[in-house]
Design a protein. Structure first.
Length: 88
């Protein structure tokens, strides 16, 4: 079982929102409203991860926060490289 204050637990917690945003973006790719804002689901996932990081920081789970931060910044880089490249 994972310890609540571990980097692996933070990574697992932080992967949930980006995975949900990929599914949401795939399911809503034909929606006219989201075609004008293709990065919106990913920005929502990043914001939710930052809220999750703040909650864990208040509980003083330092290693969990490190895992969430690692996953969030990796996801932001992937979104920046992939989505921006696709738009161009």
């Amino acid at each position: 079982m994972l310890n609540k204050n571990s980097i692996a637990a933070g990574v697992l917690m932080a992967v949930v929102f980006p995975a949900a945003s990929f599914v949401a973006a795939y399911l809503l790719k034909d929606n006219l409203y989201l075609m004008n804002k293709p990065v919106l689901p990913y920005l929502v996932a990043i914001a939710l991860n930052l809220i999750l990081m703040q909650i864990c920081a208040k509980k003083e789970w330092v290693n969990t926060v490190k895992g969430i931060m690692l996953t969030t910044f990796t996801f932001m880089l992937l979104v920046l490289l992939v989505i921006i490249h696709v738009i161009r």
